[in-house]
Design a binder for this molecule. Structure first.
Ligand code: KIV
Length: 272
């Protein structure tokens, strides 16, 4: 374990506040299944996000819109079984919280009870105020998500940087303050100018975790498949790839195919 990683028995929402207060950066990564979450947790990532990006990277959909609540619960259950240290946060998928606050609460309760996760994440600001309040009043921690909110892709029409114009930046700042005031324990800011993200992180007491939002926030989040280079066609500027797993896996699998074809595998020692 690196020196800069605290040995939390279990990271909680309070640990994240402590990290912000002591200026220790928070690490968050996605995971959608038991095996991947086992590695992520063992590497001392503070928060595992069962993101609705599962819709893209696990199921090959073009957007996050199609993934269902049942599918999110399935993904989250495996991640919870794997995670010994990390706080596990699960995205409320599109359609599970937008219609009314009762449905939002019902969806959150299902996630918490059926997967054993520790918190939910929701996209949006003032417009989902009632749902956030209802969920928080039931004792379920909520993480907010502003900036590029992929569930609204058909409204924006593009995945480009959000809040570049003053009016949208003002709304984002006011939404961020609203989410803190309502009682969200943390906020994700996706793909916004770093200057604005810095302003939000400075003005909020809750931790602000960025993706494509620069370094002056309280932590960073990436999609695990992007970090390990399994998604090799997604190349946004904010992404740092730490390995090229797509190429390494392909080579390994090609070698397996060739070994089987040439009857090199299995050899004498690999049979009974
Ligand atoms: O679904 C997801 O992976 C996310 C992150 C990009 C923050 O919401």
């Amino acid at each position: 374990m690196s020196k800069s990683v605290k040995d939390y028995k279990r990271v909680t929402t309070n640990s994240l506040f402590e990290m912000k207060a002591s200026k220790e950066k928070i690490t968050m990564l996605t995971a959608y299944d038991y095996s991947m979450a086992t590695v992520v947790d063992a590497a001392h990532v503070d928060v595992i996000l069962v993101g609705d990006s599962a819709s893209n990277v696990m199921s090959g959909h073009e957007t996050t819109v199609p993934i269902t609540l049942d599918q999110m619960i399935y993904h989250a259950s495996g991640v919870v079984r794997a995670s010994k240290r990390a706080l596990v946060v699960v995205d409320l998928p599109f359609g599970s919280y937008q219609s009314d606050s009762q449905e939002a609460l019902r969806s959150s309760i299902r996630i918490m009870k059926e997967s054993g996760s520790h918190a939910v994440k929701m996209e949006g600001g003032k417009e989902i105020e009632k749902s956030i309040t209802k969920i928080l009043n039931a004792g379920i921690p909520v993480m907010g998500h502003l900036g590029l909110t992929p569930q609204s892709i058909y409204k924006f029409g593009t995945y480009s940087v959000r809040a570049k114009e003053e009016e949208e930046a003002k709304k984002l700042l006011s939404d961020a303050k609203k989410l803190e005031e309502l009682g969200c324990f943390a906020l994700v800011l996706e793909k916004i100018p770093s200057k604005l993200a810095k302003q939000v992180a400075q003005q909020l007491t809750i931790p602000v975790i960025g993706i494509g939002a620069g370094a002056d926030v309280d932590g960073q989040v990436l999609v695990i498949h992007d970090l390990i280079g399994l998604t090799n066609e997604f190349n946004p500027r904010f992404l740092r790839r730490y390995m090229n797993l797509y190429e390494d896996m392909k080579k390994a699998i090609e070698k397996y195919v060739s070994d089987v074809k040439s009857v090199d595998f299995p050899n004498q020692n690999e049979q009974y």
